[in-house]
Design a binder for this molecule. Structure first.
Ligand code: GCO
Ligand code: MN
Ligand code: MN
Length: 388
């Protein structure tokens, strides 16, 4: 048993917008007072976070003068050095301002597209100044309510042109920066382009600098689409594209809930932590969630500590699963290699193909074999419920 105390190796981060969420929703106004970025850094230090991420306007208001900007950045840097928190990731707010009501990079209005590029370059400068090595792109308004309004192929081309331009900008400035694209199927738009991590992975391969660009999958976003998040993350990892991850939780089929990590789907959270830990995921474990609207700032701290604690408990459960003799014996049995077909696998040859076509298989016996997955799953459940 550990005490579930986070260390810098866990790289647990939160956005200013997560613990700073004031509980506004479409049906009601704020329930918590606004806290300044400096106050939020101190709150995050208190709950044991390693780092803090931000959108440009979480830190510097959209209408700040350059003197105000410098003042804010100076205070923020002081809070970082006082607390030891780092800024691993930054991003641009391309969704709040009314100018972006019909998208940023995919807007039909070239002035909006140009402004979005300008705002992103400035936000990249800000992020890099504060130490960010990952830059996230979440296209909150890149989508439609009616497909009468935009040609979806044009939208893809505009997104590509923007990403290529911004990659060149980062290279031109010699920034040590990678981009991570975050998909979401809907909300705030009726439908958003590049709706899932899978769409993003395909899109990245069409860019001029695919090596600079990976993904930032979010639990809630894939669950909103009814997908298996663990599988999406695995695909990103297997192709070397998991640059960042947004951890939270979400009931399937609901609105964008942004619940505390592990609050809803404990079992899938377990397999996610297992995937990340077994494969030595090394970037930020970023909690992109917020406290229930019922909470005050003590509740916000409970929320943040809860995200961290659940992750660490599940990490311990992963170690227990990996060391469990009965579970491991079952897995070894399931994965037992039968070398009688080895000659058919690997690189293709026509000789191999012909031999394989001539081989006979006992189809009935193959179909009859029980696989023991019920037992395996129940052992997993027992382990998660703490009775193993
Ligand atoms: C959401 C998104 C955002 C992004 C953030 C960083 O559903 O609102 O998850 O929180 O992650 O804008 O790009
Ligand atoms: Mn989200
Ligand atoms: Mn997110």
């Amino acid at each position: 048993m550990t005490s579930y105390t986070p260390t810098s190796e866990n790289k647990f981060t939160f956005g200013l917008w997560t613990v700073g969420n004031i509980g506004r929703d479409p049906f009601g106004g704020p329930v918590r007072d606004v806290k300044s970025p400096v106050e939020l850094v101190h709150l995050l230090a208190e709950v044991g976070a390693y780092g803090v991420n931000f959108h440009d306007n979480d830190l510097v208001p959209i209408d700040a003068t350059s003197a105000e900007r410098d003042h804010i950045v100076r205070d923020f840097k002081a809070a970082l050095s006082e607390t030891g928190l780092v800024v691993p990731m930054a991003t641009t707010n391309l969704f709040t301002d009314a100018a972006f009501k019909d998208g940023a990079f995919t807007s039909n209005d070239p002035k909006v597209r140009a402004y979005a590029l300008q705002k992103t370059m400035n936000a990249i400068d800000l992020g890099v100044e504060l130490g960010a090595k990952i830059y996230v792109f979440w296209g909150g308004r890149e989508g439609t309510e009616t497909d009468a309004s935009k040609d979806p192929i044009t939208a893809i081309k505009r997104s590509r042109e923007a990403m290529n331009f911004l990659c060149e900008y980062a290279l031109d400035k010699k920034y040590d920066l990678k981009f991570a694209l975050e998909a979401k199927p809907n909300e705030p738009r009726g439908d958003m382009y590049n709706a899932t991590t899978g769409h993003m992975l395909a899109f990245i391969e069409t860019l001029d600098h695919p090596e600079m660009v990976g993904v930032n999958p979010e639990v809630a976003h894939e669950h909103m689409a009814g997908l298996n998040f663990v599988h999406g993350v695995a695909q990103a990892m297997e192709s070397g594209k998991l640059f960042h991850i947004d951890l939270n939780d979400q009931a399937f089929g609901r609105y964008d809930q942004d619940f505390r990590f592990g609050a809803v789907n404990l079992k899938s959270a377990f397999f996610l932590v297992k995937l990340l830990e077994d494969n030595k995921y090394d970037s930020s474990r970023h909690f992109d969630a917020h406290a229930y609207r019922t909470e005050d700032y003590e509740g916000v701290k409970d929320f943040a500590r809860g995200c961290i604690r659940t992750y660490l408990v599940l990490k311990e459960k992963v170690a227990q699963f990996n060391a469990d003799k009965e579970i491991q014996a079952l897995l070894a049995e399931i994965n037992a290699n039968d070398s009688s077909t080895d000659q058919y696998f690997g690189k293709y040859s026509s000789k191999k193909a012909n031999e394989l076509k001539a081989q006979t298989f006992d189809r009935e016996a193959l179909g009859k074999r029980g696989l023991g997955y019920e037992r395996l799953d129940q052992l997993t459940i027992d382990l998660l419920l703490g009775v193993r």
